[in-house]
Design a protein around this ligand. Structure first.
Ligand SMILES: NC(=O)c1ccc[n+]([C@@H]2O[C@H](COP(=O)([O-])OP(=O)(O)OC[C@H]3O[C@@H](n4cnc5c(N)ncnc54)[C@H](O)[C@@H]3O)[C@@H](O)[C@H]2O)c1
Length: 332
């Protein structure tokens, strides 16, 4: 079976998926839509697909089995619910939105429609992340230290808080997600965001340029995330997990993992392309009808979004706030 795919959005990440999907024999991209017709035409031509006149026209079950929704988080409307309602399986990029109410509504619509769904928390697909997850089963992490510096995006929407949700919600969401995935759910969060430098570079920016976030997990473990989207001379990300008798460190967005305990001191760097693994898992799921190989579904991605939203509420209120526990528990 060939899985026929429609692509909504033809920007940076959509082109990355088109390139990745072209390496997956089961996948065939048949249609592309973008509000920028030229972008859609270029992207469609690169894979021999046609250009659709609207997202609604693209979401036609007789043309496609699955859709990749790759528009920015402010520009998705009800696309996920419409696709699901028409029986179209969906892959949607992270983060899932900018507030929880509409995301909850869409989650319900997807669940009730019974279609397959995957969210772009791509770092979960590193074999190194899987090894860390396996190692951590049954072990107690009591402290998490994470950071991510220097991720900026060229698009104007990205610098607008009401369109991107800021660096924590958009880029650092990968680290927020890996902490959930590896250690467990968040209980509460307390955050501070600064804006002391971003105006020098981008006078129109409304996002923060730095964040200092602390949290408690359901397990009782505590941790911090520090982040900045302005860091031209130091662009790195790391998650350090401390246990009473072990230490686990994920570097380079999870590509490299170090595990230290009394019996071992190993560092492994992945040779896998997690984007390929992610897209292949989704395409194969659609072909087989089983979502077992999908590592992040919609409800799971919604819980990751909830953390950033709670962090911003905390910064406004000045105190710790609970992270709303919507959706199913993280997959074992
Ligand atoms: N998983 C990852 O690691 C990863 C990496 C990069 C981006 N992303 C996510 O992917 C999304 C898109 O990011 P990007 O880097 O491709 O942005 P981009 O600015 O490069 O491209 C966005 C595209 O969406 C189009 N668009 C905007 N509104 C639209 C609408 N209503 N309908 C159709 N098309 C519309 C724009 O014309 C543009 O072509 C964001 O949510 C971003 O956070 C995820």
């Amino acid at each position: 079976m060939t899985v026929k795919i429609g692509m909504i959005g033809a920007g940076g990440i959509a082109r990355h998926h088109l390139n990745t999907l072209s390496k997956i024999p089961l996948a065939q991209v048949v249609g592309v839509f973008d509000v920028n017709r030229e972008s859609a035409e270029r992207a469609a031509a690169s894979v021999g697909a046609r250009v659709a006149d609207s997202a609604d026209a693209l979401l036609n079950r007789s043309d496609i089995d699955a859709v990749f929704i790759c528009t920015p988080q402010f520009a998705r409307d009800d696309l996920e619910a419409v696709a699901a309602g028409r029986g179209i399986h969906l892959f949607v990029e992270k983060p899932l939105g900018l507030e929880l109410d509409s995301v909850r509504r869409k989650e319900k619509a997807i669940r009730e429609a019974g279609v397959l769904h995957s969210v772009g928390y791509v770092l979960r697909y590193y074999d190194t992340v899987q090894q860390a997850k396996h190692y951590l089963q049954g072990r107690t992490v009591h402290l998490v230290q994470a950071y991510r510096f220097g991720t900026s995006h060229p698009a104007a929407w990205w610098r607008q808080q009401h369109q991107s949700g800021g660096h924590l919600a958009d880029a650092v969401t990968h680290q927020v997600d890996l902490i959930r995935y590896l250690v467990g759910e968040y209980r509460d969060v307390s955050a501070r965001f600064g804006r002391s430098a971003i105006g020098e570079l981008y006078p129109d920016a409304t996002i923060a340029d730095a964040g200092a976030v602390s949290f408690t997990l359901e397990s009782g473990a505590v941790g911090t995330i520090t982040e900045s989207c302005i860091s031209p001379f130091n662009g790195e990300s790391e998650i350090k997990l401390f246990g009473p008798d072990f230490y686990v460190q994920l570097s380079g967005n999870g590509k490299t993992v170090t595990i230290i305990d009394k019996e071992r001191h190993v560092t492994i760097t992945s040779k896998r392309d997690p984007s390929y693994e992610q897209d292949k898992a989704f395409v194969e799921a659609v072909a087989s009808g089983s979502g077992d190989s999908i590592l992040c579904g919609y409800a799971d991605g919604m819980r990751t979004l909830a953390f950033a939203l709670a962090a911003h509420r905390s910064a406004e209120s000045g105190g710790a706030v609970p992270v709303e526990d919507e959706g199913p528990p993280v997959m074992a």
